[in-house]
Design a protein around this ligand. Structure first.
Ligand SMILES: [Zn+2]
Length: 281
C-alpha cells in the first residue's frame, strides 16, 4: 500500500476514534426544546386564583430551551434537576405533587454535541425551583439575570418556591444584571423581555427565527393554554396587577409580530415542538 494512502486510512480511523467534538455554531439560529421533566398535581387549584382548577388534577411540562445563535449559545431555564432521574416514577416533592425526570438535561445536551462549559449564556424566566434545578452545572456560563429577581432573592424574606441551593453557582459565575429588556446578541433575534408579576423579576424570551418567525417562550406568565385565553393566573403570583400588565404587553407583541407563543408548562404546547435532534429555525 502506498504510504500516502495508508496515512489517509490511518487519519480516517483516528477521526472516528476521537470523541464527539463540540457542535459548531450553526450559520442560522436554531432552538432546541429539551425535556427537563414534568410535575403531576393531584389538585391544580393553585394555578388559577379564580377557582377554575379547584380539585382538578393536572400535569405541567418542564422544558428547557437551547438557543444556538451564530454568535453563541443561550440556555433558557434549567428544569427540575437531573437528580430526579435517579428515581424512576419520580419523587413526591409535596403531598399530591410529584416531580418526574425521564432523561437528564446533560445527556440531551451531549446528544447535541454540547457540553455545559460550551454554553456562553444562561438565563431564567424566574427563580422558582422548577426552573433552576440544573443551574449549578453552568457555572462557566455568563448568567443573564433580572436585577429585580436578584434583589428579591437577596432581601430578608425569601419568596416561596425558591431553593437558592439549586443555583448557588450564581455566586461564582459571571453575572450580568438586566434592568429592563436585553437584546442578547445585539441583532434583535434573541430578546429577554421584562414580564414581571408571576415573580418580581419574571421575564420571557422572544426569538426571531428565519423560518418559524417570532416565537415567545412564556416562562410562567401562563401555565396553561386556557390561562392564556382567559387571562387567568396562579394564586401564588407576586402581583396580580403587574401580571395583567405583562399579559397585555406580550399579547400586543404577539399580535404585532404575528408571533407564536409557547406556553412552557403546557404539555400540549411542548408536544408539538420538534424533538431533539430536530429544532425550530
Ligand atoms: Zn414554573
Amino acid at each position: 500500500m502506498p504510504h500516502r494512502i495508508a496515512l489517509l486510512i490511518a487519519t480516517a480511523l483516528l477521526a472516528t476514534a476521537v470523541p464527539a467534538q463540540a457542535a459548531k455554531a450553526p450559520a442560522t439560529m436554531r432552538v432546541y426544546a429539551l425535556d427537563c421533566g414534568r410535575i403531576e398535581f393531584k389538585d391544580l387549584g393553585n394555578f388559577s386564583d379564580t377557582g377554575e382548577y379547584d380539585g382538578k388534577p393536572g400535569t405541567l411540562a418542564e422544558p428547557c430551551f437551547l438557543v444556538r445563535h451564530p454568535k453563541g449559545d443561550l440556555l433558557w431555564d434549567t428544569g427540575l434537576g437531573d437528580h430526579f432521574a435517579a428515581t424512576p416514577g419520580g419523587e413526591e416533592v409535596r403531598p399530591g405533587v410529584r416531580a418526574i425526570v425521564d432523561r437528564p438535561l446533560i445527556a440531551q445536551l451531549k446528544q447535541l454535541g454540547v457540553a455545559p462549559a460550551d454554553i456562553e449564556f444562561l438565563s431564567f424566566s424566574h427563580f422558582h425551583w422548577d426552573h433552576t434545578g440544573n443551574a449549578n452545572a453552568f457555572a462557566q456560563s455568563t448568567w443573564l439575570l433580572s436585577r429585580r429577581e436578584v434583589d428579591v432573592l437577596e432581601s430578608p424574606h425569601l419568596p416561596p418556591n425558591v431553593k437558592p441551593d439549586t443555583f448557588s453557582a450564581r455566586t461564582q459565575a459571571k453575572v450580568d444584571l438586566i434592568d429592563l429588556d436585553r437584546d442578547v446578541f445585539g441583532d434583535g433575534t434573541v430578546k429577554i423581555l421584562r414580564a414581571n408579576g408571576h415573580t418580581a423579576g419574571h421575564q420571557v424570551l422572544q426569538l426571531k427565527l428565519a423560518k418559524a418567525g417570532t416565537v415567545i417562550l412564556s416562562g410562567d406568565l401562563f401555565h396553561t393554554r386556557e390561562n392564556f385565553e382567559q387571562e387567568r393566573m396562579p394564586v401564588f403570583n407576586d402581583s396580580r396587577g403587574e401580571t395583567l400588565g405583562s399579559i397585555d404587553r406580550i399579547k400586543r407583541i404577539l399580535k404585532n409580530t404575528n408571533g407564536r407563543l409557547v406556553i412552557q408548562h403546557d404539555p400540549g404546547d411542548f408536544k408539538v415542538l420538534p424533538k431533539i435532534p430536530a429544532y425550530l429555525d
